[in-house]
Design a protein. Structure first.
Length: 207
């Protein structure tokens, strides 16, 4: 089992340039992989394709022996770099969490989430507080694959390490496959089994 991008190619509408070209990346069950590289080489785009938010022009995403599901609760969860993009601004945070169903109160405690945050709207929280809630919402019982796209950008250095330790321990305990997208190579090596440079797997980036 695992998640795999096979010969994935992608370009955005109204653009003549490829963002991803012949990208192949496989993450085995329970494996933790860091994806690094400069901005503009398609890391976030690949994250959206792996999680089903974008469809490739060609190639495919495979979960085990099956294609990525197109409906229902997905076993692949994406945590955005900017958490406000993933949250309804008119919902209080308790309603945002209720959308996910069966969120783990113990996990929320370990992430440093305070009860009073749940009665606030997204704009009443800091970026780091909002990101912690998005992490808790993503690690629901049905999650088998977690994709974290530069989530440390909303956290200070000390908080980032602590939050990532919680994520790593949760992934290990539940055998969740992790793709960590980051510019922090030291943190990537601390958290993950393998580090992959996007320029090594994206033919567009090698031109």
């Amino acid at each position: 089992m695992g998640i795999e991008a096979k010969n994935v190619c992608f370009r955005y509408k109204r653009s003549d340039s490829m963002v991803l070209e012949n990208v192949n990346l496989k993450i085995s069950e329970g494996e933790m992989v860091a994806l690094i590289g400069p901005s503009g080489y398609g890391k976030s785009t690949l994250a959206k394709i792996l999680s089903g938010y974008e469809k490739p022009q060609s190639g495919e995403v495979i979960l085990g022996d099956n294609a990525l599901p197109q409906c229902g609760v997905s076993p692949v969860q994406l945590i955005y770099q900017h958490p406000e993009k993933a949250i309804n601004p008119y919902f209080k945070m308790k309603d945002v969490l209720d959308e996910a169903r069966q969120y783990d109160s113990d996990l929320m405690n370990r992430l440093g989430i305070k009860d009073q945050w749940l009665d606030r709207y997204p704009y009443e929280l800091s970026g780091g507080e909002l990101q912690r809630l998005c992490i808790a919402r993503s690690l629901i019982p049905t999650t088998k694959y977690l994709i974290a796209d530069e989530i440390s950008a909303m956290l200070d250095a000390i908080s980032s390490v602590g939050v990532w330790e919680v994520i790593r321990n949760e992934c290990k305990k539940r055998n969740i496959s992790l793709l960590m997208i980051t510019h922090n190579i030291a943190l990537a090596r601390r958290i993950c089994n393998h580090v992959v440079d996007i320029r090594e797997i994206n033919s567009f980036g090698n031109k």
